[in-house]
Design a binder for this molecule. Structure first.
Ligand code: FES
Length: 104
């Protein structure tokens, strides 16, 4: 994952959430709701990759098309390269699409 202060590699189990995998590796990413609702934990895929967001309360096809992922409730389904700390960008994207953008 591409963090503001550099790149780190982590392992996440198939049924684990990416946020929790990062936490287990000593990386504390932003989060509030841990339910896939508030967008605080947002990241963005760099390149291709697949994330299962079925545990997220609110996640739209438009989010997926734009590469945004919710790390608190996202489960990896492929190798991933994710830029973290994308809450502002995802909220702005949601506003542009007239979709819910909590805390924006
Ligand atoms: S912490 Fe709220 S959406 Fe992930």
């Amino acid at each position: 994952m591409l963090l503001p202060d550099g790149e780190r590699s982590i392992e996440v189990s198939r049924d684990g959430h990416i946020w929790d995998g990062a936490f287990a590796a000593g990386i504390v990413l932003p989060a509030l709701c841990h339910q896939g609702r508030c967008l605080t934990c947002a990241g963005r895929l760099e390149g291709s990759g697949e994330v299962d967001q079925s545990d997220s309360v609110t996640y739209f096809p438009e989010d997926r098309e734009a590469g945004f992922v919710l790390l608190c409730t996202g489960k990896p389904r492929s190798a991933l390269r994710i830029r973290t700390h994308q809450a502002n960008e995802m909220r702005q994207f949601r506003r542009q699409k007239k979709l819910p953008a909590p805390y924006s």
